[in-house]
Design a protein around this ligand. Structure first.
Ligand code: 5GP
Length: 192
């Protein structure tokens, strides 16, 4: 059985990668979405075990100590991580897996799994990103400022990715993501 392929989707908070993924996902049959662990509090409408595994900092640090994370990072003051067994298990069964993680995590995956396909989702501009983040209303004040500062830093790292998708129009960009992943899965495209 062939090993599955790993796809990594990154980009600053507010670039729309979550929406993009949700739009493109139904069209990508059999692609598994890895559910990360986080110490962040759930937002309204977020469900434990569906959007994230919401765990305490103590539990996160214990998993880290046991070497259970394929990658992890502290993002906007909270810990996030991908469990190694989840990903390895699916790939060994020939399933393709998608991770939606930040740039620090993507760099760790790139080093550990050089065959992974790294896709960066970029907003059309930083001004547009600021508008979207403020409009979303899930973060305010200092936390919003922290996310914007991080976004500026993350944008400069898009050069380390295999592909950059500019999210100027959600419908166009989600089709681009869907066909990019399909091309890899049907071997119409290979990593350079
Ligand atoms: P949010 O709190 O908005 O859901 O996510 C904040 C950031 O953490 C986003 O950039 C998201 O992609 C990233 N993130 C989510 N899960 C993981 C993970 O498992 N590992 C890493 N490194 N980043 C993650």
């Amino acid at each position: 059985m062939n090993r599955g392929r790993l796809f990594v989707l990154s980009g600053p908070s507010g670039a729309g990668k979550g929406t993009l993924r949700d739009r493109a996902f139904p069209g990508i049959k059999g692609l598994e979405f890895s559910i990360s662990c986080t110490t962040r509090a759930p937002r309204i409408n977020e469900v434990d075990g569906v959007h994230y595994r919401f765990i305490t900092e103590e539990a996160f640090l214990a998993l880290l100590e046991e070497g259970r994370f394929l990658e992890h990072a502290k993002v906007h003051g909270n810990y996030y991580g991908t469990l190694r067994d989840d990903v390895e298990g699916a790939l060994a069964l020939g399933r393709d897996v998608l991770l939606e993680i930040d740039v620090q995590g993507a760099a760790q995956v790139k080093e550990k799994m050089p065959g992974a396909v790294l896709i960066f989702v970029s907003p059309p501009s930083l001004e547009e990103l600021e508008r979207r983040l403020a409009g979303r209303g899930t973060e305010r004040g200092e936390i919003l400022k922290l996310r914007l500062d991080n976004a500026r830093r993350e944008m400069s790292q898009s050069k380390d990715y295999d592909h950059v998708i500019i999210n100027d129009d959600i419908s166009r960009a989600s089709k681009e993501l869907e066909s990019l992943i399909s091309d890899y899965r049907s071997c119409r495209r290979e990593k350079k």
